[in-house]
Each structure stands twice: as structure tokens, then as C-alpha cells.
Ligand binder design. Structure first.
Ligand code: PMP
Length: 361
């Protein structure tokens, strides 16, 4: 880490690796001999097309995306996918299932209600979203066009530790806050989508990975730019794509390769999460609201028994160089988001600070 850099636990947009930022800075005004910035060149130019194609190929290789699936780059972040998913997929039967395990899955479900009949297949609202329901508690409708769930609940700090079984109903997953933090069998999914601003790149787009057999079923009212088929047919360039974000995503793919790919990311994330959860479990001051079996390796939520003390902790941590530890306003307390680019030593320093804070009371 560079000494003037803060240790940034932001939930998104989030910390990026220093080496990636430095490379982007080096290439900022003259991209690889073109005499222009990546931000200044046409998305149809040879130089840009080569960045684009390499980025898609690297992403495909790192995530082991099978040929049965298409990778799309889309505008509007994950939130626009809350609309695009039902628009493209619900037409089959007019029905869809949603697992509601946090804020974003609730928002996705509400949006989908505009386009068809929605069944809440399971919910963790009864215990304030502190857990992930078990497979036997999920009620899948056999006539649902798809089953939607959110793999990691960024605000509540819970994460699905299994891929739900849906008996043939296509699985649709919002992986915004844990995508590429571990290897996953993409062939099990109808659609995986993610806003890229946490584990993959700076903010500005979403990645959609879709089973090709699901393309082409959009409702007639679907805006052209939201049609997965139109986007797939135009290789994500129906209009001007978020060129610079895709370039940064490309640099991040190279960085992840250097870390040992998704197996490497999985090892590091498990070690980082363990350091913080061990600190919480050994503490007599801090508690983690998420149930142990459902704890997120990406967003570690914790608190003291007293809101004023939480505020004191956050103030002291900020003064010590730890940024963005305040929990989401819906839940309060603290949240340390430890996505792919958070260095291990950043987490170790936070754990040491937590122990010191407790000792000094
Ligand atoms: N889903 C999840 C799990 C998220 O964490 C977020 C953003 N924090 C969103 C969806 C919304 O993403 P965006 O801001 O890219 O629309």
C-alpha cells in the first residue's frame, strides 16, 4: 500500500488495486502509442476493439463461462437489471419466483411486479435478514419463468453458501457483491448479473452472463437497449459502451490472473474474512448481527451494544486512516467491505485497531 492511501472499506464503488490505478495513470494521456487516451478513441477503432475483445476473453476464461452462455456489458448498473430481467424473461409464463433476503432482492422483486405475477419463494424478513433460508424452506413454483436470488446481501452482510435447487426453473442471480470472489459453475445459471463497482471495476456498468437459450423472449414494450438479444447480437455495442470502465475491467482481469484467478481470490477472501470474524468472535465488545452459517465473506457487519459507542469507533477509525466503516443506514453499526482489491494487510490493520479500541476502553 502507498502511505498516503487510506484503507478504504467502501461497499461500492470500492477500493481498486494500486498497481491497476498506476497502470491506468501511466496510460492515461497516451494509450499504448496511440497518442490518445482510451477515453478519446472510438469504440469502433481497432485499438479499442482489441481491448474489448481481450477483456471479454479474459472474463470468460477466469469465470470459465461455457460456450452455452453469452457475456454482455450493459448500462445502468445492477438496478437497471432489476427491470431488464423480468422484461426479458417473464414472458414465458407471466410468473416468476423471488427469494427476498435483503434490501436489493426486495427492490428487484418490487420492480418485477410491474411485469407479471411474483411469488415470494422464501424470505428472511422474519429475523431482519440476518440469515439465508435453507433449501427446504424455498417454495419454487414449477411454472415460474425464472427464480431470482441475490447471492450476497451487501447491506445485511449475509451470503448464500449454496446454489439453490429449482427443479429446472432457470436460476437468475444478482452477484453484484460477490462475483469473481470464488469459482462458480456458470452452467447452473440462466442469468448471472452484477454491477461491476465492487469486485470487478469502477462504477458505470453491469456484466450479464446469460444462457443463450433464454435470449429473444422479451416483452414487446422492452426498450431496445434493454433487450438481451439486441445486446448479444451487437456484441454489447448497440450504442456507445462505457469504454473506460471496460478498459479498467480489462486491467482488473489481468490483476486477478496475477492473484491466481478465482481460486486465488477465494483463498485470499476466506483468509481476510476469517481475520475479521475471529476478531469479532473473540471480542467482548463487538458482535456480528449475521448468523454464523450465513456470514458474508465480502461485507462484514458488526456493532457494539451502544449506538454512541459505534459512532465513537467510526470516528476514531476514520482518524486512524480507515475509511467508510459506517454501516448502511438501514442497519446502523459498522460494515467493513473487503472485496477482491482490499489487501490482506488492510484487514489485519483493522483487526488490530478493533482489539486496541476494545482494550483502551
Ligand atoms: N445488488 C446488490 C447486491 C448491490 O449491492 C447493489 C449496490 N450496492 C445493487 C444491486 C445496485 O447496484 P447499482 O448501484 O449498480 O445499480
Amino acid at each position: 500500500m502507498s502511505s498516503e492511501r487510506k484503507i478504504n472499506f467502501s461497499a461500492g464503488p470500492s477500493v481498486l488495486p494500486l498497481s491497476v490505478l498506476r497502470q491506468a495513470a501511466d496510460e492515461m494521456v497516451n494509450f499504448r502509442g496511440t497518442g490518445m487516451s482510451v477515453m478519446e478513441i472510438s469504440h469502433r477503432s481497432k485499438a479499442y476493439i482489441s481491448i474489448f475483445e481481450e477483456t471479454v476473453a479474459d472474463l470468460k476464461r477466469l469465470m470459465k463461462v461455457p460456450d452455452s452462455h453469452e457475456i454482455l456489458f450493459t448500462h445502468g448498473g445492477a438496478t437497471l437489471q432489476f427491470s431488464a430481467i423480468p422484461m426479458n424473461l417473464i414472458g414465458k409464463t407471466g410468473k416468476a419466483d423471488y427469494a427476498v433476503t435483503g434490501s436489493f432482492s426486495g427492490l428487484a422483486m418490487k420492480e418485477a411486479k410491474k411485469y407479471g405475477d411474483i411469488n415470494v419463494a422464501c424470505s428472511s424478513e422474519d429475523r431482519n435478514h440476518t440469515y439465508i433460508p435453507a433449501q427446504e424452506d424455498i417454495k419454487v413454483s414449477s411454472d415460474a419463468s425464472y427464480f431470482h436470488y441475490c447471492a450476497n446481501n451487501t447491506i445485511f452482510g449475509t451470503e448464500w453458501k449454496y446454489i439453490p435447487e429449482t427443479g429446472g426453473v432457470p436460476l437468475v442471480c444478482d452477484m453484484s457483491s460477490n462475483i469473481m470472489s470464488f469459482p462458480i459453475d456458470v452452467s447452473k445459471f440462466g442469468v448471472i448479473y452484477a454491477g461491476v463497482q465492487k469486485n470487478m471495476a469502477p462504477a458505470g456498468m453491469a456484466v450479464v452472463i446469460i444462457d443463450k437459450t433464454l435470449l429473444g423472449g422479451e416483452l414487446p414494450l422492452t426498450p431496445k437497449l434493454l433487450s438481451y438479444k439486441v445486446t448479444a447480437d451487437a456484441d454489447s455495442m448497440h450504442n456507445t459502451p462505457p469504454c473506460y470502465v471496460i478498459y479498467m475491467l480489462g486491467l482488473m482481469m489481468k490483476w486477478m490472473d496475477e492473484q491466481g484467478g478465482l481460486e486465488g481470490m477465494q483463498k485470499i477472501k476466506s483468509e481476510k474474512a476469517k481475520v475479521l470474524y475471529d476478531t469479532i468472535d473473540e471480542s467482548e465488545l463487538f458482535v456480528g448481527p449475521a448468523e454464523k452459517a450465513s456470514r458474508s465473506d465480502m461485507n462484514v457487519t458488526f456493532r457494539t451494544s451502544d449506538e454512541e459507542l459505534d459512532a465513537k469507533f467510526i470516528k476514531a477509525a476514520t482518524a486512524a486512516g480507515f475509511e467508510n466503516l459506517k454501516g448502511h443506514r438501514l442497519v446502523g453499526g459498522m460494515r467493513a467491505s473487503i472485496y477482491n482489491a482490499m489487501p490482506f494487510e488492510g484487514v489485519e490493520k483493522l483487526a488490530a485497531f478493533m482489539r486496541e479500541f476494545e482494550k483502551n476502553r
